[in-house]
Design a protein around this ligand. Structure first.
Ligand SMILES: [Zn+2]
Ligand SMILES: [Zn+2]
Length: 336
């Protein structure tokens, strides 16, 4: 099968690798849509690898034994490989699994972890069936495109009365705009890149403020009657972003971080009575209907958010575009 390999700084190629092997509850999925995420940093820095990507939607093409899915099923591929047996996995929180498994060891396979590839392998219980009326590209947004910020909205019960502050309008933060708008909330965003600021506004953010603006806090207070945002989502991974969101959120408000950068301020969290959520992914045992309802009701916004689609063989062009910052979410098609 065709697989993307980073071979040096800003160089990559399509290489041939053996098809993966499966065993037990693992199945083979032919990847139809592979959204691009943080792999671009490895491309920029020359982190040599032929195992790239963690987001995919595709079609089941082989099962090792009869189970939860069958050949021909259209599925979203959830990230990572939980054990399926710890209390986290059993409650749909597999992303926080206590004992993740190595699919190569379980299956005796040398490939199948990557999603910048034509075929991946996954346990059947980590595949979410896609409703007939939803395309692969839109369904694949249930990975990082919408997934983490969707769960942030679930945790904070975001609704039409809220003003939501979104920090960062990149490949994850743009999804926060979709999720918040789908719930009728008002959105204020922080983003310094001009292209993404314009995209955020086109997707329904009422105001987009440059995080380098020294008056950014005053501007947010002006827009919120002097109180601050009701609920905030950190999706930039910038070092100073979590502490700033804590400042810019109102007393007794909520802050969710899906970004992994920066310290928080216990003093302000306690003093303002804030609720803080750490959110990695979403719970597909509990919230699959809500996720697909979000996708269904946000088709127009998703078409704006997915700014580019490339065949896998043009991955270098896609990465170069990502490095310019002049894109929203990019999706690769491995079989085109
Ligand atoms: Zn587990
Ligand atoms: Zn991702």
């Amino acid at each position: 099968m065709n697989v993307v390999a980073i071979t040096g700084k800003r160089t990559c190629e399509i290489v041939q690798r053996p098809d993966p092997c499966i065993r037990g509850e693992f199945v083979k999925v032919a990847i139809r849509s592979a959204p691009m995420c943080t792999e671009v940093y490895g491309y920029r820095d020359g982190a040599v690898s032929d195992c790239l990507g963690h987001e995919a939607a595709g079609e089941v093409v082989e099962v090792a034994r009869p189970g939860r899915v069958a050949v021909g099923d259209r599925v979203v591929v959830m990230p990572n490989h939980g054990c399926g047996q710890c209390s986290q996995c059993l409650s749909g929180e597999h992303i926080h699994c206590e004992h993740p498994v190595d699919p190569y060891q379980v299956c005796g396979s040398q490939t199948g972890r990557a999603t910048y590839a034509q075929i991946c392998i996954k346990q059947d219980w980590l595949l979410v069936p896609i409703p007939e009326d939803i395309s692969y590209d839109h369904a694949s947004m249930a990975c990082c495109g919408l997934g983490p910020t969707f769960n942030a909205m679930q945790q904070m019960a975001v609704n039409a009365l809220d003003t939501v502050l979104v920090s960062g309008l990149g490949a994850v933060g743009l999804g926060a705009v979709v999720n918040a708008r789908c719930r009728g909330a008002r959105v204020i965003a922080l983003e310094g890149n001009e292209y993404r600021s314009a995209l955020g506004r086109a997707m329904g953010a009422e105001a987009v403020i440059d995080p380098r603006d020294e008056h950014r806090l005053e501007r947010i207070l002006e827009l919120t009657g002097g109180r601050g945002a009701d609920k905030s989502v950190e999706a930039s991974s910038a070092e100073t972003a979590p502490a700033f969101l804590i400042q810019a959120t109102r007393r007794k408000g909520q802050v969710a971080s899906v970004g992994w950068g920066g310290p928080m301020l216990a003093r302000e969290i306690v003093g303002k009575g804030l609720t803080v959520h750490g959110v990695w992914h979403w719970n597909h045992y509990r919230d699959t209907d809500a996720m697909f309802t979000t996708i269904r009701r946000s088709r127009d916004l998703l078409d704006k958010m997915i700014t580019h689609v490339f065949p896998l063989r043009e991955v270098a062009r896609a990465w170069e575009l990502q490095l310019t910052g002049r894109c929203g979410k990019i999706v690769l098609h491995p079989w085109d």
